[in-house]
Design a protein around this ligand. Sequence first.
Ligand code: GLU
Length: 425
Amino acid sequence: MSKPQGATAVKEELNPFEIAKQQFNRAADYLDLDDSMRAVLSNTKRQLIVSIPVKMDSGHVEVFEGYRVQHNIARGPAKGGIRYHPNVTLDEVKALASWMTWKCATVGIPYGGGKGGVICDPKSLSMSELERLTRRYAFEIAPIIGPDRDIPAPDVYTTEQTMAWIMDTISMVRGHTQLGVVTGKPIALGGSEGRSEATARGCLYALREACRVRGMELSGARVSVHGFGNAGANIARFTAADGARVVAVSDSRCGLYSENGLDVAAALRHKAETGSLMGLPGAKEIASDEVLFVDCDVLLPSALENAITLENVHKVKATIIAELANGPTTPGADRVLADNDVFLVPDILANAGGVTVSYYEWVQDQYSFFWSENRINDTLERSMRAAFQSVYETAQRYHTDMRTGAYILAISRVAEATSVRGIFP
Ligand code: GLU
């Protein structure tokens, strides 16, 4: 791929919320959306900032800062995960909340968008510190969450256990068990079959469609996966099961590369046993971010925002990219990839399987009637294929890329709901 002239000299916007607004405005231009609707849809509805005092194991008290942002509730309650990470900022949570609005609208599930985050380094906290932090954070955001208001779920460095603590804390506060207050719970607590793998499984379904429209076989394709959390580890497993050659994977500490394909099952075992991918026998160790640039057909960014930027996009060799992470590609990099005819399945479509099965979980919780894993996966597959088709057709109709196609579809759905509801009062 040729390097765009002077690309490294361009100063690029990296604030996630500014990026979210750029993505929104690009699609709003195609729709000729008026200024009033733009103002309503590009701002966040509600932002809560909380202090979380936590008694540490050593006895002293540390105070963490946390956020819960509700971007939009025009089509239903706010929905979106909670992230624990040292680099969390309010603007990042605002961006993630707005991406949830567009994601839910893209796949047509009846939710708005929300997100939460706590600035902390979960790897340095003990289980009991994490539990106290989670319970106090849940208590602080309790006034604005609930099954019909705003439904959190896991995100980066939060798990089923985190959701169990939140569900229990809110149930204690309300005086009765409230299953549908969070999704991504353990099965024993009203969680759904298939939810833990749903983000990656949904991406697999979208990726198969992308391969189909590109006339490429996933079987035999060389795949590189950036990030080895829930989404990255599962997509490595699923693509390998589909016959792809997973040539590279990475976690926050290192990347692994093998031209002939890595043993994904061995990588999963090694990560489970040692906590990292480092030192896996039979693979070449490279820098984490190098997996973005290895020779491959399919690239699956599954870590954090701003992985592919104007500064490094010229090194990307993949011809299909499916974004399991939220916001891994900057708008500048998007334009370069589109110019180079790279087919990019955007985050708000590619990783929407997670929230889609969260929706199934919430529905099951409301009915106290639970579905089989086959039913979940079949329904998810139909939903992802239909959403891919709608986005693809929209992108074709407007002669634009898949991200803009997805935003056009999502914005028109949220704008329609907003205009028929009207502005209160
Ligand atoms: N955190 C996930 C996402 O970014 C899942 C959200 C959910 O299930 O509500 O889509």
